[in-house]
Design a protein around this ligand. Sequence first.
Ligand code: ZN
Length: 163
Amino acid sequence: MLEFYLLLMDLLNSINLPSPPLREYVNLNRPSGKHTYNFGMMSGFSEIRECEKHGDYLRKVTDGNLDKIINTCKNTEKVSWTSITNLIYKEKKENDNGVKDIKLYNPENHPLDELMLHPENKSLLFDELVINGEKYWIPFYYSVAEKLISECPKCEKKNNKSS
Ligand SMILES: [Zn+2]
């Protein structure tokens, strides 16, 4: 669990909000080989990130990772977003619309409050991906631990060289 916490802290420190003009690129539907996907509206930081060294960049999901997300969640029951936030914030809010349309990616079955809650500002740490029209919530933990969503391409190139 310590390793998990350190990973989460590294991740939070690396997040910067994108500059406003680039926000216009967010939420386009992107074809990726056999699948289409976009970063949904519920996502806190979504598609564009800023690298301290290299500036703004687009995060991407490969076909292989889309396959992995789809297959991992194949038998996952769809839930409503309030049922997720109730678990995380220990609340009992009425489900405002009752629509169960989210598949939560959590193959290691971590408790959701440890997995998705920012320890300081209590925001939710996940990406929403809409893949082939289906909504998936991907906690940042998995985005990073399993490299589901690409981060700064220039940093990745550098890391690959040095390894
Ligand atoms: Zn970089």
